[in-house]
Design a binder for this molecule. Structure first.
Ligand SMILES: CC(C)(COP(=O)(O)OP(=O)(O)OC[C@H]1O[C@@H](n2cnc3c(N)ncnc32)[C@H](O)[C@@H]1OP(=O)(O)O)[C@@H](O)C(=O)NCCC(=O)NCCS
Length: 171
């Protein structure tokens, strides 16, 4: 029996171990990590999966922003990483974590959600690359994997995605 629980401070060290196992230590060089540098985890939108006492999955969310060509800044949520222990893959745990996180985001009326990931998986949760073709990140990104979910009204076609600056609060 798997429980989906709010992510707490007590989970953080175990999550780091899980992420090292699933992505390798080089994960910290990824563009998504540069994007969220210096930001604080949005714990209200972040969840873990527990099998008894064992943490077997996690999803984390971070406050970021997008700066349009006209200079206008809009808040976004960066979702990720999503990881499930190899021993527990294929049981719907990542999907349950995604549903929990997106339900919390929707209930809070929070801004659109951005992630870097595989469209065949994340498309089922409403993510597409349609609005992000001309969005630039602080590092290399495969544009087909830069996926957004949520209202695109007011978002620039040409834009730069950045870590949240302190005057623009996501939540
Ligand atoms: C990707 C990952 C999170 C999936 O976790 P999971 O708990 O096995 O996923 P679920 O059981 O909820 O969903 C599995 C479904 O997603 C599909 N799926 C999983 N990874 C996929 C991918 N990269 N691309 C397309 N589909 C994928 C499976 O085929 C399965 O499809 P089905 O429901 O039609 O049978 C897990 O394999 C993992 O942690 N991998 C290593 C880290 C990683 O790659 N994270 C994602 C970063 S983008």
């Amino acid at each position: 029996m798997i429980d989906i629980l709010p992510l707490g401070a007590e989970h953080l060290a175990v999550i780091e171990t899980l992420l090292d196992q699933r992505f390798g230590p080089a994960r910290r060089n990824r563009t998504a990590y540069r994007l969220r540098d210096g930001t604080d985890l949005l714990s209200q939108f972040s969840f873990v999966a527990a099998d008894g006492d064992a943490l077997v999955g996690s999803v984390q969310c971070w406050p970021i922003q997008v700066r349009g060509a006209n200079g206008r800044i809009r808040p976004l949520i960066l979702l990720g990483p999503v990881a499930v222990a190899a021993s527990h893959e294929g049981q719907g745990i990542a999907s349950a974590l995604m549903r929990a996180s997106l339900a919390a985001i929707d209930a809070a009326g929070a801004p659109p959600v951005l992630l870097i990931g595989d469209a065949p998986f994340y498309g089922r949760f409403g993510f597409t690359a349609d609005a992000t073709r001309e969005w630039h990140l602080p590092g290399p990104v495969d544009q087909a994997r830069l996926l957004l979910r949520g209202a695109t009204i007011g978002l620039s076609r040409l834009a730069w995605v950045e870590a949240e600056t302190r005057d623009v609060k996501v939540a």
